[in-house]
Write a protein that binds this ligand. Structure first.
Ligand code: GLN
Length: 485
């Protein structure tokens, strides 16, 4: 196996045993980036100097026996997460030159754990999209088939993890942006419960839905990275003051005593047959591992989730993105005649078409006369969706669904049809609406391309998801496959 294909735990073990230094490990990853990045385009910024400097510091800690499981292991941060002194663009012209003066809470925590950051990953502009084609710079390609999308919006993070360009990555997930690209790239990705991880320093898209989470090569690595970034932070009023469990401790190789529900509404019309077949095989495997599987679960409001999301998320986005006025942050149109003209031109040239579409949708839904009919009604349906999940979790410990109804689609296939693009998130969006934890793990291949299985749990029951995923990965080897790059 190649050095750059190891799991975080394997890499950490090599460092701990002093078989290799972090500088050597980091060089191997930087070489890999150099070798494949032309084809994959997973990065907005590669930070080799910073990475090697952090690796030298990590080697110091390792020598002093002052190292944790992430110390000296190269990771990658989605470019929507602020990194002090390292350009944070959100893949937007608006922030092309933006240098954050501070680190996001998750970056502070990873730095304290001894992170080596190899760069910032490409994404859909401001995390709006499902294919990474909305990046203002260039699309990222799926390492499993370079003509296809890696999913989005955390497409750069997912592609880099599967391509060996980092050992782990952070993504953000507002409606599926960690899980859907994880599914498309044969990666494990977890969106934590709303409030589990601090959003301080995450550039806001839809504040009531956004969460940061890990993207890794297996479930145990996800447990490890989640443990490092989770926990209360007074700077994010929605982060919850609950203790962080030892997530690695929760992992067990069987599923005895667990009740898993299969909500029938998730096997949607338009779901591709080979995706469904892969899922059914995976569910049989879970049963084989000792879980009780309930096929009678129903979540009837599921079909409304997409509509609710496309009112609430754009509404919040239209408010959050008002700050890009050419004065406070980033790009500024300088040759305007008046203040209003400057603001107009800044937003006209700084934002791409999808971001503008969301701002218009949100502004419309919030405007006087439409607020009650759209925004308020969406909030009410949101409550119903949440209550339905609560009821189902009385009888099930976790729910199993596909992550997406299709295999990764071709670049360009859906760019001119926003509705088709929005539909790729039907299975992931309800989870954000209800604030629940959800994880996607590799569950097989269809036509040679990865298929993801989603595991949904009760609020703050990340341990249950990790347990299900871990047991499945002990019995299968889909997650160990790497793309032929
Ligand atoms: N694809 C969804 C959207 O475009 C979700 C994006 C996300 O989770 N950030 O809004």
């Amino acid at each position: 196996m190649n050095l750059y294909d190891l799991t975080v735990r394997q890499a950490a073990e090599i460092l701990r045993k002093k078989e290799l230094t972090s500088v050597e490990l980091t060089r191997a990853v930087l070489d890999r980036i150099e070798a494949v990045e032309d084809r994959v385009k997973a990065f907005v910024t590669v930070t080799p100097d910073l990475a090697l400097e952090q690796a030298r510091q990590a080697d110091g800690r390792l020598a002093r026996d002052d190292a944790g499981p992430l110390t000296g292991v190269p990771g990658l941060i989605k470019d929507v997460i602020c990194t002090r002194g390292v350009r944070t663009t959100c893949s937007s012209r608006m922030l092309e030159q933006f240098m954050p003066p501070y680190d996001a809470a998750v970056v502070e925590r990873l730095n304290a754990a001894g992170m080596v950051m190899v760069g910032k990953s490409n994404m859909d502009e401001f995390a709006m999209g499902s294919s990474t084609e909305n990046s203002a710079f260039y699309p990222t390609r799926n390492p499993w088939d370079l003509e296809r999308v890696p999913g989005g919006s955390s497409g750069g993070s997912a592609a880099a993890v599967t391509a060996g360009q980092c050992f782990y990555a952070l993504g953000s997930d507002t409606g599926g942006s960690i899980r859907q690209p994880a599914g498309f790239c044969n990666v494990t990705g977890l969106k934590p419960t709303y409030g589990r991880v601090s959003r301080f320093g995450l550039v806001a898209f839809a504040s009531s839905l956004d969460q940061i989470g890990p993207m890794t090569r297996d479930v145990a690595d996800t447990a490890l990275v989640l443990g490092a970034i989770a926990g209360h932070d007074p700077r994010d009023a929605t982060s919850v003051p609950l203790p962080v469990p030892d997530y690695l401790q929760a992992l067990r190789p069987d599923l005895k005593g667990l009740r898993l529900g299969i909500p029938r509404e998730y096997f949607v019309e338009g779901m591709q047959a080979p995706v469904e077949e892969a899922l059914r095989r995976a569910i049989a495997q879970l049963q084989h591992l000792g879980a009780t599987v309930d096929w009678e679960v129903s979540l009837p409001t599921t079909p409304y989730a997409l509509a609710v999301y496309y009112i609430i998320a754009p509404s919040e986005a239209s408010a959050n993105l008002a700050r890009y006025d050419g004065v406070k942050y980033g790009y500024s149109a300088l040759d305007a005649e008046s203040m209003w003209e400057a603001m107009e031109q800044t937003r006209q040239h700084g934002f791409g078409p999808e971001v503008k579409r969301r701002i218009m949708l949100g502004t419309y839904a919030l405007s006087a006369g439409y607020y009650d009919a759209y925004y308020l009604k969406a909030q009410k349906v949101r409550t119903l969706i949440k209550q339905e999940f609560d009821a189902v979790f009385q009888r099930c410990d976790a729910l199993i669904t596909p992550t997406s109804p299709t295999i990764p689609f071709k670049l360009g296939e859906k760019v001119s049809d926003p509705l088709q693009m929005y539909l790729s998130d039907v299975c992931t969006i309800p989870v954000n609406i209800a604030g629940l934890p959800g994880m996607s793990i590799p569950a097989g291949f269809a036509d040679g391309l990865p298929v993801g299985m989603q595991i949904i749990g009760r609020p703050f029951a990340e341990e249950t998801l990790l347990r299900v995923g871990y047991a499945y990965q002990q019995a299968t080897d889909w997650h160990t496959r790497r793309p032929p790059l």
